[in-house]
Design a protein. Structure first.
Length: 92
């Protein structure tokens, strides 16, 4: 009777240890998957930040070029062809 109890106790302990090991393996696998997903998120965020910075830089350059160009046009008649310059009044 005592031997049967000891055998059942040993079987329960082995089953518990196996389930514990399986849970730990699943936990480690999930942890690695989440870490890889987080790295992908970080990489995608970094890439999108770089693209946004490049876009903002390009837009700032375009705005600066347009403002310089419009300033030049408003201050000078040199952008007009020479045959039209004489027909345009100097200041309006």
């Amino acid at each position: 009777m005592k031997q049967k109890y000891e055998d059942e106790k040993l079987a329960r302990k082995q089953q518990y240890d196996q389930e514990k090991a399986a849970r730990k393996e699943r936990y480690e696998a999930d942890k690695k998957a989440l870490q890889a997903q987080k790295l992908d998120k970080d990489l995608n965020k970094r890439r999108s930040d770089e693209l946004k910075a490049q876009y903002d830089s390009d837009m700032a350059g375009m705005k600066a070029a347009m403002s310089r160009r419009s300033w030049r046009r408003s201050r000078s008649l040199s952008v007009l062809p020479s045959r039209l310059r004489r027909w345009v009044p100097a200041r309006v």
